[in-house]
Design a protein around this ligand. Structure first.
Ligand code: URA
Length: 283
């Protein structure tokens, strides 16, 4: 069985869900990969999309422009443009001077801004390519992540990697993965508001450095925290939101998907929406 087929089987997907060459053509890593291929193929026209993939993309992403599709979470007025590189990070809840990436990593590693520093094994900064154009944001490190110092390394992480691969995304090259919290809450309890506030500046700085084209919020907690809403994940999925001026798509947490296999199909729809939004935003 091919690698692609194995991934599809793992996700409970049929072969019509295979990603097509060309959708991710704007990404430098993809361009490089394509150049390295012996035969460089032309971008596949949208009309070649497999029927299921086409049907799975919610209507909102089919609207004439991405701007029209984007839901402004905060208020009715037009969304402000993303801040220029040297502008202060908006909505930072803790005072944190602008740091270079290695300094930021050190600051997080030594962080004692909340009680979680007393119970963690180590901080979990993030994983992937800091120049990636996709940024995935989860909740907080679990037991395995706390031990290894990397996000999404357990079974949920394996599923996430498989989903990304099925969508044509390399977890090390094409995405950067971080969490709302950099330390494990004991017993995997929900993060407390003061812990979120204490950690918020780190995530904002990561976003500022990476400047992703698209953010995917993984799970109810990350989505509700980033979008500052109590709406259910069912209401938040299938729409294009914004966080820090960046288009944001909500999907299920991989750990939830391990327990609720039928919802993998919905998660796949979310990925299809995400890549459609990415393609439009990258243009
Ligand atoms: N769950 C998360 O939200 N993040 C991780 O890093 C691991 C599990």
């Amino acid at each position: 069985m091919s690698r692609a087929s194995q991934l599809q089987q793992e996700m409970g997907l049929g072969p019509t869900w295979l990603p097509r060459d060309g959708w991710f053509e704007h990404h430098p890593a993809q361009i490089q990969r394509q150049e390295m291929r012996a035969a460089v193929t032309d971008a596949v026209d949208e009309t070649d999309a497999p029927p299921l993939a086409a049907a799975a993309i919610p209507a909102v992403s089919d609207s004439p422009s991405l701007a029209a599709a984007i839901t402004n979470q905060a208020a009715e007025p037009a969304e402000p443009p993303p801040p220029p590189p040297d502008a202060p990070i908006a909505e930072t809840r803790i005072e944190l001077p602008r740091l270079e990436w290695p300094q930021l990593q050190r600051e997080v590693a030594d962080c004692q801004r909340c009680r979680l520093c007393e119970t963690r094994t180590q901080t979990v900064f993030g994983r992937g390519n800091p120049q990636a154009r996709w940024m995935l944001i989860g909740e907080a490190p679990g037991e395995n992540e706390d031990k290894q110092g990397l996000p999404f390394v357990g079974r949920a992480g394996q599923l996430l990697d498989n989903m990304l691969a099925a969508a044509g995304l390399d977890r090390d090259q094409d995405v950067y993965i971080a969490n709302v919290l950099k330390c494990r809450p004991p017993g995997n309890r929900n993060p407390a508001p003061d812990e979120i506030a204490a950690c918020n500046g780190y995530l904002l700085q990561q976003i500022h450095h990476i400047q992703p084209t698209l953010i995917v919020a993984l799970g109810r907690f990350a989505a509700q925290t980033l979008l500052e809403t109590a709406d259910s994940i069912g209401r938040l999925r299938g729409k294009v939101h914004r966080y820090q001026g960046v288009p944001l798509v909500v999907s299920y947490h991989p750990a939830y998907l391990l327990r609720n296999q039928p919802d993998k199909a919905k998660a796949w729809q979310d990925l299809l929406l995400a890549r459609k939004v990415f393609r439009q935003a990258a243009n």
